[in-house]
Design a protein around this ligand. Sequence first.
Ligand code: SF4
Length: 126
Amino acid sequence: MRCSNCGVCCTETEMLLSKKDIKRLEKIGFSKNLFVVFDKHGYAQLRNREGYCFFYDRLNHQCSVYVERPSGCRVYPVILDEDKGIILDSICESGKSITQSEKNLKGKRVIRLLEIIDSEALERCK
Ligand code: SF4
């Protein structure tokens, strides 16, 4: 898939984070308090800053932590819709360039990732 760097997916992000994502970003020097928000159900997600993901570089229109970006950002625009299952997020223009095999592969990753994120959120609420 070819990303056009439009930044739509990094605007008002609700991207969920796994513990592994948080650790990876802490390792490159970011304090968790800066980039993570927890909701009342124990889910960790990326913090927004002035309407964009904390890590979005508005000047250069790119992710400032691209190499270490969260797993959910890596599998995007493949997402899980509660009613439809694995789909391509319709707000992503570049989604059209994704192949069926890439979608299938990313779909499996999305399911695995959400299982991990769900169990971590549950653990936090105990
Ligand atoms: S981490 Fe990077 S790719 Fe993911 S939402 Fe933030 S700016 Fe976008």
